[in-house]
Design a protein around this ligand. Structure first.
Ligand code: ADP
Length: 401
C-alpha cells in the first residue's frame, strides 16, 4: 500500500509518500508560504533530482494538488497515477481527551478536532485545512488522523490534573495533555530493541529536544508523565519558549508592563528561552559556538538549558523509582554532543557513565553512547514522527477495510 503523510501548518505543508510494503519513502517535500504569491514547493523524490518551484499557492487545496502533480510528473514523479495513493495520514497536534489513539476521519472526528481549536489555536485549525484539502483532491481515499497528545492519555489523574479549582477542568478541560507523543512513542520502542529487553519491563526517559522540547517518563511502554502541559509552553527551557516559570510572573509582568494577553503569550512563547537569555539566538548551534568563544550570555543560556533538562531527568527517575534507559532525540538531542555530555556529567548518582568517544560519533542510526559499565543505557535515537503516522494510518485503514 502507498500512502501519503501530511503535516499541515498555517502557511506550510510537509509531505512524505510511503510504500508500506517495505516502509520506504518514495518522495518527500514541503510547500512554504501558502497564501502568498511566491509560495515555494520543494519536492524530493528518492533517487531523483530535487525540484524547487515558486508559484502562487493561495490555499491548502491548491498546495496538495501541486504536490500530487509532482508525484505523477514524468520527470520528477514516483507514481504512474494518483490512484496509487490508498490512504492519507495527517498529523494533528491536539486530540484532547477524546482521542486516545489515531482515528479514521469521519464527520464526527472533524467536529471533535474543531471543538479542540480552543486548546490548540495555532495548530488544530491548519490540520483541518490539510484534511479538507486532501479530501477535496482525493475524495475516495481514507484519511487518518494521528495526534501528538494521544500517547500521553495513559497519564494518571494525579499526574495530569493541575492543583487549581477543579471546576476549571470540568468547564474548560484545563489539564496537562503533553505533546510530541508520536516521537516519544517511537523512540521508546526503538530503545527497547537497541537494549534488547522487553519494553514492558523498562523505565525509559525520552528527551525530545528540538526547537520545542519535552521529556517523557515511559514505564512499561506507556507514558506516565511528560513535561508539556495544557499547551507546549510548560516544562523545559526551549529555543524561544520559557518552559516552567512561576505562574505569578504572568500577572506581575502584565501589570507592570501593561501587556495584553496576546503580548504576554508572545513574550513567553516567542521571546523567551535560549533567545532571551543569550540575547542573540534560539539555535543551540549558535549557543554552543558562543559558549566556546567565551561569550557570557550564551554560556548562561546553555547552563540554564542544561540545568533545567537535568532536573527534569532527575524528577522522572524519581517518578518511576529508577531509570533503565535515557534517550536523546530531535534536533538538539541527536546532534549536540555537548548537551548530552554536560547533562550526563551530573547524572553519575544514577549510575550513568557516558563514553566520550561514542558520544562524539555522528550517525543517522540509533546507537548507545554509554559505557558497558553504565547502570543506565544512554541512547541517541533519530526520531521519525512521519513513520509513526504512516504505520498508524496503514493499521487503521487495514482494520476498517
Ligand atoms: P522542531 O522542534 O522544529 O522539529 P528540530 O527537532 O528539527 O526542531 O530541532 C531544531 C533545532 O535543533 C535547531 O534549532 C538547533 O538548535 C538544533 N540543532 C540542529 N543541529 C544541531 C547541531 N549540530 N548542534 C546543536 N544543535 C543542533
Amino acid at each position: 500500500m502507498k500512502l501519503l503523510v501530511i503535516n499541515a501548518g498555517s502557511s506550510s505543508l510537509k509531505y512524505q509518500l510511503y510504500d508500506m510494503t517495505d516502509e520506504s519513502v518514495l518522495a518527500k517535500g514541503l510547500v512554504e508560504r501558502i497564501g502568498m504569491d511566491s509560495s515555494i514547493l520543494t519536492h524530493k523524490p528518492t533517487g531523483k533530482e530535487d525540484v524547487t518551484e515558486v508559484s502562487e499557492i493561495l490555499e491548502h487545496t491548491t498546495a496538495i494538488r501541486k504536490v500530487l502533480d509532482k508525484l505523477v510528473d514524468p520527470e520528477c514523479g514516483v507514481l504512474q497515477s494518483v490512484d496509487e495513493i490508498q490512504a492519507v495520514g495527517h498529523r494533528v497536534v491536539h486530540g484532547g481527551e477524546a482521542f486516545k489513539g489515531s482515528a479514521l476521519v469521519t464527520g464526527d472526528v472533524k467536529s471533535e478536532i474543531r471543538r479542540l481549536f480552543d486548546l490548540a489555536p495555532l495548530h488544530n485549525p491548519p490540520a483541518i485545512l490539510g484534511i479538507t484539502a486532501a479530501e477535496k483532491n482525493m475524495p475516495n481515499v481514507p484519511q487518518v488522523v494521528v495526534f501528538d497528545t494521544a500517547f500521553h492519555q495513559t497519564m494518571e489523574e494525579k499526574v495530569y490534573l493541575y492543583p487549581i479549582p477543579k471546576v476549571l477542568y470540568k468547564k474548560h478541560h484545563i489539564r496537562r495533555y503533553g505533546m510530541h507523543g508520536t516521537s516519544h512513542d517511537y523512540v521508546s520502542k526503538v530503545a527497547a530493541e537497541v537494549v534488547e529487553r522487553p519494553l514492558e519491563e523498562l523505565k525509559i526517559i525520552t528527551c525530545h529536544i528540538g526547537n520545542g522540547a519535552s521529556l517523557t517518563a515511559v514505564q512499561g511502554g506507556v507514558s506516565v508523565d511528560t513535561s508539556m502541559g495544557l499547551t507546549p509552553l510548560e516544562g523545559l527551557m526551549m529555543g524561544t519558549r520559557s518552559g516552567d516559570v512561576d505562574p505569578a510572573v504572568v500577572t506581575f509582568v502584565m501589570n507592570k508592563e501593561e501587556l495584553s494577553i496576546s503580548e504576554v503569550n508572545s513574550m513567553l512563547n516567542k521571546h523567551s528561552g535560549l533567545l532571551a537569555i543569550s540575547g542573540s539566538s534560539s539555535d543551540m548551534r549558535d549557543i554552543t559556538d558562543g559558549m566556546e568563544a567565551g561569550e557570557p550570555n550564551a554560556t548562561l543560556a546553555f547552563e540554564m538549558y542544561e540545568y533545567r533538562l537535568r532536573k527534569y531527568i532527575g524528577s522522572y527517575a524519581a517518578a518511576m523509582n529508577g531509570v533503565d534507559v535515557i534517550v536523546f532525540t530531535a534536533g538538539v538531542g541527536e546532534n549536540s554532543a555537548v548537551v548530552r555530555e554536560k547533562v550526563c556529567e551530573n547524572l553519575t548518582y544514577l549510575g550513568v557513565e557516558l563514553d566520550p568517544e561514542l558520544n562524539k560519533v555522528r550517525s543517522g542510526d540509533p546507537r548507545r553512547i554509554s559505557t558497558p559499565n553504565s547502570k543506565v543505557d544512554v541512547l541517541v535515537i533519530p526520531t521519525n514522527e512521519e513513520l509513526v503516522i504512516a504505520r498508524d494510518t496503514f493499521r487503521i485503514v487495514q482494520e476498517n477495510k
